[in-house]
Design a protein around this ligand. Structure first.
Ligand code: ATP
Ligand code: MG
Length: 216
């Protein structure tokens, strides 16, 4: 195992919202991922680097040691399964909620009451399956990889399960949020072997992150 500490982040909100936590640990990323095409970004510390990966790939990188630590949404961690990952901190960043949404005019409550089979399109099949099982509602799940808002509009599905923060995207597509059911935020994940072998350098980082977590 190399002497480098590698942190896996996804571009966009997770990268942006992790920067203040890194700053609190004395770490400054030296390149802007929106301007650079590099996937490995140096920091002001010679022994710390950031790798940019897809949000859904962060747990995989950390599990298999491609990165020592990473930041991933609760949604991504549940879908991945979280095997082999130490999850010491809820960083309280990239907050949103997992919700059921339907086309304006679709009576979700009635469909549930009547015990109809509901067709649900989602990228989050594990979370959705568990949610409807808990409610005792029969659903046909349709796996999508993006643009879930389109599914009810085209007749592909009756409902979607998706992340919502402001609700603007739903509204712009004539969808209504009918059932928010899980609060989502991002967590720090750490490779278990790295935690043992690089403990002297990882522990202070984890402690600095913990001290810098935004208060509600
Ligand atoms: P991509 O958008 O590239 O397909 P993605 O949707 O997985 O990938 P992001 O949109 O950067 O990646 O989301 C990363 C994480 O941020 C998600 O896993 C989730 O935990 C959180 N997130 C997603 N959407 C929102 C939102 N609207 N507001 C706040 N946090 C969000
Ligand atoms: Mg996204």
């Amino acid at each position: 195992m190399s002497d480098m500490i590698t942190l896996a982040l996804s571009k966009g909100r997770i990268f942006e919202e992790t920067l203040p936590l890194l700053a609190a640990a004395g770490i400054e990323v030296l390149e802007d991922p929106e301007k650079s095409r590099k996937l490995i970004l140096p920091t002001n510390r010679a022994d710390v680097q950031v790798v940019l990966v897809r949000a859904t790939d962060v747990p995989t990188y950390v599990e298999h040691g491609g990165a020592d630590l990473g930041v991933a949404g609760k949604d991504v961690l549940i879908e991945h399964g979280g095997e082999g990952l130490y999850q010491p901190l809820d960083l309280k960043i990239a907050r949103c909620r997992m919700s059921v949404a339907v086309r304006e005019g679709f009576d979700y409550e009635a469909a549930v009451r009547q015990g109809s089979r509901i067709r649900v399109a989602t990228k989050y099949t594990t979370i959705a399956r568990q949610h409807f099982a808990d409610k005792g509602v029969h659903v046909d799940l349709i796996k999508l990889y993006g643009s879930m808002e389109l599914a009810p509009l085209t007749g592909l599905a009756d409902a979607i399960v998706d992340l919502v923060s402001t609700g603007k995207t739903l509204k712009a597509n004539q969808l209504v949020e009918v059932e928010p059911f899980m609060e989502i935020s991002s967590r720090l994940v750490v490779n278990q072997a790295a935690l043992k072998l690089k403990r002297d350098r990882l522990r202070p980082l984890i402690d600095a992150f913990a001290a810098a977590i935004p208060k509600d």
